[in-house]
Design a protein around this ligand. Structure first.
Ligand code: ADP
Ligand code: ZN
Ligand code: ZN
Length: 733
């Protein structure tokens, strides 16, 4: 028999298995005729499942007699283009995720359930009789004659493009047997993109950045390090417009909270209907429509959050990833991956440039730029010459505080408010107070399921655990001693808002955090009130840091900088500096110069001093040197194996066995540390332990993990724990 007839299908099937599944082709089909990327329905266990054809292979490790036969093939053309097949295979291997889950979690729900890749549109076309009919046949019916002529000249016409009189004429043509109904795929009717609108005249820095990205050079990674307000978005818009005019699509990835109505409005005003947004607010139907618009080329500009990296592109020309340092590019649940790092792989497969933009680039990207793998584009000046705000420290050990606001901060607030400025206060802690304390016996109310304190939410009289969601009514008496002397300790945004009402009764304040912003439009309403100047003081969490432009804010107060200074997570100080610089960047965008006050108990901390004196670049250089000295990323590669269970013993036993297994492989250069309890050992009722793998670069680490992953399920305690593997982990705690 010729090899083609005996070849097998290798499928990615959604199941928590670290491998692909082999099947025989459906009856009457040869594997060689099936292109990779089509969906195939197969028997699976006692049911059926859809799989995606990854490749055909001459042979299988499974004995032929045990291979089952696939049932049917759903697509005549690949659902996914070759670059996505490569990307997803690469991603599953690098992150050691079950490949079936990697492939299938990226598809819109409709496609996972078997919907056609192409949307079908109702259309009409000529019958053979209609095609042969001459102009004289319909002399008495000019409408019908005109429509028939149109169908003869243009081919099938979508029903949506017919006016009411045409639809009546069409019915008459059906009756005469000259026309008939048909279905068109949307590929066949892909739209022409409107010309992009006029942009702003670029500054010299912007011109240099735009000129440096030359699509003709093919794949290249550019790190655009531009201070807040330097006009990075305008650079992106110009690059996209150039690509659009060359008939090429752009894919733009932004952090979860970066896809603001402001950004969308800017994109729409420049590119009109050629823009298509992909975000978590879409219905399944809308998501599928957006996916199709990318795949057919109907949309020229695709903008979305991390999962948009996986949309197929008909005519790819450019990938942009804004705020590249942002941790929301990292998928932390289900299939784990970094959209930023995978964007590099995809751009390389497509042969297009990738632009990574940020005012506070990650240390990984800065290292790549230093060593010449990425091209560094710098925009150190704000548009219009406004200067970046100055940062200064307020030593909390030396100044009195009222409700978490120090005397120097209060004085600065009065000064700025009197001069008609607006004030932004940043505190990354929602709720009223982070703990409830008994003044009689010293008891602190803890979450019954976590090693954590319950947060006081006064507005609705609840205690909530911010780690597991557990909540209960605010008690009237101490659960330990029965005393009524319960006091909230520390500050959350809710408490600051309350304090502002008594400290600044004549200035309207607004709070922006997850509790006040359950709905997206309430966020926009508040932000509009800030922009119009009605709100004078804004207090909020992380939600405030990105994508928003407030020209009137002249003072920023960072209420507690110390959360990030002494964390056991080596990344905490990098994240702290990024947050401070991003929040600080919200001010001084208008006419007034900005001022930033950072409250801390550790004004002598060398990294803080560096940040204030030399800005982010100086800080990052110092931190890179520190990381190199300590052997932390980006100078080493890490992977984390976490295990959790309702009891303490099983995770430890499982990880100890995993450690012995890993050491037994003897991969040179690798090191295994642990197991050790996670930063918060008990969370949501489960004990959590972790094992850390280190290597000087990713190759030995990958060799180790490759051998380890397939064996983990066979360890004695594997069924008693839940385990996950995190490659290049973002959080170590
Ligand atoms: P970034 O993304 O770097 O923070 P933006 O692109 O949002 O900066 O630009 C900051 C502000 O400057 C925006 O209000 C924008 O409209 C304006 N701006 C950007 N480029 C120019 C330009 N070339 N000329 C005039 N204004 C500009
Ligand atoms: Zn008590
Ligand atoms: Zn809890």
């Amino acid at each position: 028999m010729p090899a083609a007839d005996t070849a097998i299908l290798r499928l990615a099937i959604p199941a928590p298995i670290h491998g692909y599944f082999d099947y025989l082709p459906p009856g009457g089909m040869a594997a060689a005729d099936l292109p990779a990327g089509v969906r195939v329905e197969v028997p699976f266990g006692r049911g059926r499942r859809l799989g995606l054809l990854v490749e055909t292979a001459a042979d299988s490790e499974v004995p032929r007699a045990r291979l089952r036969q696939a049932l049917r093939v759903l697509d005549s053309a690949p659902l996914l283009p070759p670059d996505l097949l490569v990307l997803l295979r690469w991603g599953a291997e690098y992150y050691r995720q079950p490949p079936g889950e990697m492939f299938w979690s990226m598809l819109p729900a409709g496609l996972r359930q078997g919907a056609p890749a192409e949307a079908l549109e109702q259309a009409i076309r000529t019958t053979p009789a209609g095609a042969a009919s001459g102009p004289s046949a319909l002399r008495r019916a000019p409408r019908q004659a005109a429509l028939l002529a149109r169908l003869q000249a243009a081919g099938p016409v979508p029903a949506t493009q017919l006016e009411a009189p045409d639809r009546r004429a069409a019915s008459a043509l059906f009756a005469r047997g000259l026309a008939e109904r048909c279905e068109l795929t949307d590929t066949a009717s892909a739209a022409v993109w409107p010309a992009p609108g006029e942009g702003l005249p670029l500054t010299a820095d912007q011109t240099a950045a735009v000129g440096a990205v030359r699509p003709d050079d093919g794949f290249n990674v550019h790190l655009l390090h531009g201070v807040t307000g330097s006009g990075k978005t305008e650079v992106y818009l110009r690059l996209m417009a150039e690509r659009l005019q060359a008939g090429r699509q752009s894919l733009v990835l932004v952090p979860e909270i970066g896809l603001t109505p402001q950004l969308l409005a800017r994109l729409r005003s420049r590119f009109g209907d050629a823009v298509c947004a992909l975000h978590s607010g879409l219905t399944d139907t809308e998501r599928l429509a957006a996916w199709r618009a990318a795949r057919t080329g109907r949309a020229a500009v695709l903008v979305g959050t991390r999962s948009a990296l996986f949309v197929p592109l008909a005519r790819p020309g450019l990938i942009i990833l804004d705020e590249e340092h942002d941790s929301s590019f990292r998928q932390q649940e289900g299939v784990r991956y970094s959209a930023r790092d995978l964007a590099v792989v995809r751009a390389r497969e497509l042969g297009v440039p990738l632009v990574l933009g940020s005012a506070t680039p990650s240390l990984e990207s800065l290292r790549h730029a230093r060593e010449g793998r990425y091209r560094l584009l710098e925009m150190p000046r704000r548009v219009g010459g406004g200067c970046e705000p100055t940062l200064s420290l307020v030593d909390l050990g030396h100044h009195r505080q009222q409700q978490g606001l120090s005397t120097p901060l209060l004085a600065a607030m009065r000064r700025h408010l009197d001069a008609d400025g607006q004030v932004l206060l940043f505190l990354n802690r929602r709720g009223f107070a982070p703990a409830l304390w008994c003044t009689d016996c010293g008891h602190i109310v803890e979450c019954p399921r976590c090693d954590a304190r319950m947060t006081v939410h006064l507005g609705d009289s609840r205690l909530r655990c911010h780690h597991c969601g557990h909540e209960k009514r605010l008690p009237d008496a101490c659960p330990a001693c029965g005393s009524a002397g319960l006091a909230p300790v520390g500050q959350g945004t809710e408490r600051i808002e309350e304090a502002l009402a008594s400290l600044f009764p004549n200035h309207r304040a607004a709070r922006i955090d997850r509790d006040t912003m359950r709905r997206r439009d309430s966020l926009e309403r508040q932000l509009d009130a800030v922009r119009r100047g009605e709100v004078r003081i804004l207090v909020g969490t992380q939600m405030l840091t990105k994508g928003h432009d407030f020209p009137g804010i002249s003072l920023v107060g960072i209420l507690d900088a110390d959360q990030g200074l002494f964390s056991s997570d080596y990344r905490a100080s990098e994240r702290l500096a990024q947050t401070i610089v991003q929040v600080a960047g919200r001010c001084g965008r208008g006419e007034r110069p900005g001022e930033v006050l950072i409250q801390t108990r550790f004004p002598g901390h060398p990294l803080m001093a560096r940040l204030c004196e030399e800005g982010y670049a100086g800080f990052a250089a110092a931190l890179l040197a520190e990381r190199r000295g300590a052997g932390w990323p980006p100078y080493t590669r890490l992977a984390l194996l976490r295990a959790e269970a309702p009891g303490r013993r099983a995770p430890v036993a499982f990880l100890e066995a995993a450690r012995e297994l890993a050491r037994g492989f003897g991969v040179a250069g690798t090191e295994v540390l642990g197991p050790a309890p996670a930063g918060m050992e008990r969370r949501a009722g489960r004990y959590r332990q972790q094992l850390l793998f280190l290597a000087p670069d990713h190759r030995p680490l990958q060799r180790l993990l490759g051998q380890l992953v397939s064996r983990l399920a066979t360890l004695p305690d594997a069924r008693r724990v839940r385990w996950i593997l995190d490659v290049d982990p973002h959080d170590l705690i």
